[in-house]
Structure formats: structure tokens, C-alpha cells
Design a protein around this ligand. Structure first.
Ligand code: FAD
Ligand code: EGO
Length: 462
């Protein structure tokens, strides 16, 4: 039996272990942290996540979709919050096109438990990778008590997140292209508790969005009727929010409607006490070394969270990898090499799409423009449901390859641009003939129009 080491028992690592265990490999998961199922509080990353079609498809393949979806909250529309507190919903698509708010911890726990159900899977917590020797196929871990242990396997899979140690070790020995970009924005999570009547404080089944150029805020519903609110803004601004008054005034100016829902006191305390966390894009290539080592999930392609696709993309990696492994009948060399060539194009495309949203949402997106863009897209989608599919729809509600989603969007932009260029001569010609026609009829309306124009610019006779 071939052996596989999965490094990282996060979302992608635990899921990938299930895929590999199903195919009969002996799998060992090594995770730096303690077992989250036994922990009181888990610090770090976001509390809830938007799950869409790609992630769901992967969960279905290992048989945990129902367990997860049961506790998820569907979000059928976005709810756009204006500065003056007005709320406007815009649906995502048809009734079965929705994203789902999922608790990260619950998802991770289910996946670990599912992996452990296989007799050929073992989990090892509080094992931190400190060194890899890829030609020998060994990995050295440091345990909590300070002692270290070295293990070996036929395949080493790095699912150890955006700051991957496995990737770092790969860079020492191979010609790995690498790019890492931090953005000037940080994020901070706030809790919006249920009302005293134990109801959701805002309309449920929506992704709530407050778009204020440099400042963005979103809220995703939790199963316990609370919302997790995420505030995105430049670290520079976070730095200025150090006093009660500064926090309160900032929220009054920008997100007034959220203050009573978040609770003035709790809001102030959280913002002053907590640190904003960074967001990073990581692109690299190749994802593998020979027939021994491969990275997937955030380790291979971390992206900014402005598309809600990081986990979905990592989960799709697991599908792609398993399909290639089946195609190559367990040949690691062939599988790894095709995994890099096939998947890196799409993962890079998704990193770019997420970064593009970061730019676009800040530049033009005050609420009104956001609304207009989405409405025009929805209208064209309604007119041509088979040909005009909005970018958000292809990314979130289909498994179309990410790089093809971009191509589709580029085609749409070209059509719109051509329509604009065509419309200028069209209006000019039409305008000319209407003018001629009115002139010939000598209608009173025409007279009126001329008079009106003359009154408006009395100094300029024409
Ligand atoms: P991680 O979840 O980071 O897991 C890596 C694991 O490896 C961790 O458990 C870590 O402890 C372990 N590890 C690290 N180093 C070592 C080591 N040296 N030795 C052993 N173990 C190690 N994605 C979505 O799809 N939808 C969303 O709505 C969404 N929202 C997001 C919001 C925010 C604010 C952020 C920051 C991200 C969001 N994402 C979202 C992205 C998503 O969180 C990630 O893409 C996903 O967690 C990646 O999973 P992963 O398993 O690759 O990495
Ligand atoms: C014009 C207007 C062009 C994450 C708006 C593009 C992202 C972008 C962070 C939402 C939804 C899941 C998310 C939409 C756009 C999650 C998401 C979107 C945020 C922020 C997010 C949408 C967690 C961008 N999906 N999305 O269309 O509803 O549109 F607002 Cl800050």
C-alpha cells in the first residue's frame, strides 16, 4: 500500500485525506495545532465562509455534503446597505443559485471526523513541520514537548495554508516561481448577536454588503442566529481607531445602521481590543516536485477574500487531483505533473479575479453603482439565459474552469464595447433623419423645441 503524508489538517488537508483514503492509500495527517474538536476557542481565521458550487461538489464526492448543508444558511441575494440605512436586495440568480454561509470550525470538524472513519487514516496533532528532505521523501516534525520526529512516505502533500512551510522548503531546492503580495487593507471580525427575541438582527438569507469605497463591510448569517460581520479597510485607518469616540464617530459616518445591531459598547470594545489581520495573494509554479511532493489549497494559491472562493478553489483542487490520479491509474509522476499544468492556470485566474474584485469594489462601488452593475448583468442574463451568464454566476454557480470564466467575461466586455461604438453612429444617423422629418412636417412641436433652445441660450442664435 502506497503511503501519503498530508501536512495541515485544515479545510483542504482534511478533505484531501478523505479523497486519498477512498482510493486505498495509507494516509497520515499532520497538523501543527491541537485538535480543534477538543478546543474551547479557536483563534485566527474567519468564523464563517461562503460555500458555493465548487466546494459543495467536492463535499458531495466524499459524502459529507448533507451533514454540512444541514447547518448552513442559504444566501439567495445580496442586500446592499446605503449610507442612509436604506437596504436593497439583488438576487444571485434562479432559485437554486445561492451561496451558503458555513461555520468554518464545524466544517473542519466534520471533515476530520470523516477522515478518521477510514481505517487507513491516522491523525497527528501538535506536529509542526520544521524540515523536509524531498529526495529522501522525509519530513521532520517538532512536537509540543520540543522533541522531533522524522517520517517518510511515497507522497507528501502540503495543505499547510498561505504561509506554507512545505512550499518554503520546495523553494530551497527547485526552480519555483513565487509571488506574494500583501494589500494595504486588513480585516476585522465583529459579532452581531441575535435580538432579545432570539431572532436574526437583519433579514436572513442574504449576504449583507456595505460598500463605501475604501471601507467595505459584509455580514454572513450563523446557525445560532447571530451574524459575523467583517470590516475591510486600510491598516492606516484601523490605526486611527484607538479611542471610544473615534470608533463611534467612524461608524456613525459610515455604517450608522449597523451600530444598534452590533451594540455600541461591544462594537467599541472589539475594535479597540482586536488587531486587524492581513490579507495576501500568493502565486507560485510548479505545484510539485517530481513524483514526491505537491502543494494544494492556500499553500499553492492564496487569494484575497473578495470573491469568497479561496476554500471553494482549494476544495476543487481535491477533485481535480483525484480525477487525475484515477486517469493515470495511480501514477504519481504523471498525476503531479498534469496537476501543475492543468490547475495552476485556473488557480492563478481565480487569484486575479479575487484581486480584481478588490480593486473594482473600492473604485466605483458606492452602493448605487454596485446596484446598477448587478442589475444590468441580471437583466442581460434574463434576456439571454444561455449566452449572457454573469461572471459571478460562472465562478460561483458552475464548475466552468476559472480561466474560461475570465475569457467569458472578456467576450462580454467586448460585446458591450462594440455595442457602445455602434450606438454612436446609429444615434447620429437616426437623429439626422428625425430632424429632417420634423423639419419637413413643420410641426409646432419642432417650433417649440427651437424656441426653447433659443430661450435657453438667448445670446447664441442658431
Ligand atoms: P488553512 O485553512 O490555512 O489550513 C492550513 C492548516 O495547516 C492549518 O490548520 C494550519 O494549522 C496547518 N499548518 C500550517 N503550517 C503548518 C506546519 N508547519 N506544520 C503543520 N501544520 C501546519 N473562502 C471561501 O471559499 N469562501 C469564503 O467566504 C471565504 N472567506 C474568507 C474570509 C477571510 C477573512 C479569509 C482570510 C479567507 C476566506 N476564505 C474564504 C478563504 C479560506 O479561508 C481559505 O482558502 C481556506 O481556509 C484554505 O484552506 P487550506 O486548508 O488550504 O488552508
Ligand atoms: C461590481 C460590483 C463588480 C467578499 C460588485 C463586482 C464578492 C463580490 C468580500 C463580498 C459577492 C462571497 C464577498 C459579490 C462586484 C463573499 C462577493 C461580489 C464582499 C466582500 C463575498 C456579489 C464572502 C463584486 N461572495 N462575495 O456580487 O454579490 O461582487 F462584498 Cl467585501
Amino acid at each position: 500500500m502506497k503511503t501519503v503524508i498530508v501536512i495541515g489538517g485544515g479545510l483542504v488537508g482534511a478533505l484531501h485525506a478523505c479523497f486519498m483514503a477512498k482510493r486505498g492509500y495509507k494516509v497520515d495527517i499532520y497538523e501543527m495545532r491541537d485538535d480543534i474538536r477538543t478546543m474551547e476557542v479557536v483563534r485566527g481565521r474567519s468564523i464563517n465562509l461562503a460555500l458555493s458550487v465548487r466546494g459543495r461538489e467536492a463535499l458531495r464526492r466524499v459524502g459529507v455534503e448533507d451533514q454540512i448543508v444541514k447547518f448552513g444558511i442559504p444566501m439567495y441575494s445580496r442586500m446592499i446597505h446605503d449610507r442612509d440605512g436604506k437596504r436593497r436586495p439583488i438576487p444571485y440568480g434562479k432559485k437554486d443559485e445561492y451561496i451558503m454561509s458555513i461555520d468554518r470550525r464545524h466544517l473542519n470538524e466534520i471533515l476530520l471526523t470523516e477522515a478518521e472513519k477510514f481505517p487507513n487514516v491516522s491523525t497527528h496533532f501538535e506536529h509542526k513541520v520544521v524540515e523536509c528532505n524531498f529526495s529522501a521523501g522525509t519530513v521532520t516534525f517538532q512536537k509540543k514537548d520540543g522533541s522531533s520526529v522524522t517520517v517518510t512516505a511515497d507522497l507528501i502533500v502540503g495543505c499547510d495554508g498561505a504561509y506554507s512551510k512545505v512550499r518554503q522548503e520546495m523553494m530551497k531546492k527547485t526552480l519555483l516561481d513565487y509571488e506574494q503580495v500583501f494589500i494595504p487593507h486588513g480585516y476585522m471580525e465583529l459579532n452581531m448577536p441575535p435580538t432579545p427575541q432570539d431572532k436574526y438582527a437583519m433579514e436572513v438569507n442574504y449576504l449583507h454588503i456595505w460598500a463605501r469605497n475604501e471601507y467595505m463591510m459584509i455580514a454572513l448569517p450563523n446557525y445560532d442566529r447571530s451574524y459575523t460581520v467583517t470590516l475591510f479597510m486600510p491598516f492606516e485607518i484601523f490605526k486611527t481607531l484607538t479611542t471610544e469616540n473615534a470608533v463611534l464617530n467612524f461608524f456613525k459616518d459610515n455604517f450608522a445602521d449597523s451600530i444598534p445591531l452590533l451594540g455600541e459598547k461591544a462594537l467599541i470594545e472589539t475594535v479597540i481590543k482586536n488587531k486587524a489581520l492581513p490579507m495576501v495573494t500568493v502565486k507560485c509554479s510548479p505545484y510539485h516536485v517530481k513524483d514526491r511532493v505537491v502543494i494544494m489549497g492556500d499553500a499553492a494559491h492564496a487569494m484575497v477574500p473578495f470573491y469568497g472562493q479561496g476554500m471553494n478553489c482549494g476544495f476543487e483542487d481535491c477533485i481535480v487531483f483525484a480525477d487525475l490520479l484515477d486517469k493515470h491509474e495511480g501514477d504519481f509522476a504523471a498525476t503531479l505533473s498534469e496537476f501543475t499544468s492543468y490547475r495552476s492556470i485556473d488557480a492563478k485566474a481565480m487569484c486575479d479575479l479575487a484581486f480584481y474584485n478588490y480593486i473594482e469594489m473600492r473604485q466605483s462601488v458606492n452602493s448605487r453603482l454596485f446596484l446598477l452593475r448587478k442589475k444590468v448583468d441580471n437583466f442581460l442574463f434574463w434576456l439571454f439565459p444561455n449566452t449572457w451568464i454573469p461572471l459571478y454566476t460562472t465562478v460561483s454557480f458552475s464548475r466552468k474552469r476559472y480561466h474560461e470564466c475570465i475569457k467569458n467575461k472578456e467576450w462580454q466586455d467586448k460585446v458591450i464595447q462594440r455595442a457602445m461604438y455602434l450606438s454612436i453612429p446609429t444615434f447620429a444617423v437616426a437623429g439626422y433623419y428625425i430632424y429632417k422629418y420634423l423639419e419637413r412636417l413643420d410641426v409646432p412641436i419642432y417650433e417649440k423645441l427651437v424656441q426653447l433652445a433659443e430661450n435657453f441660450r438667448p445670446d447664441q442664435k442658431w
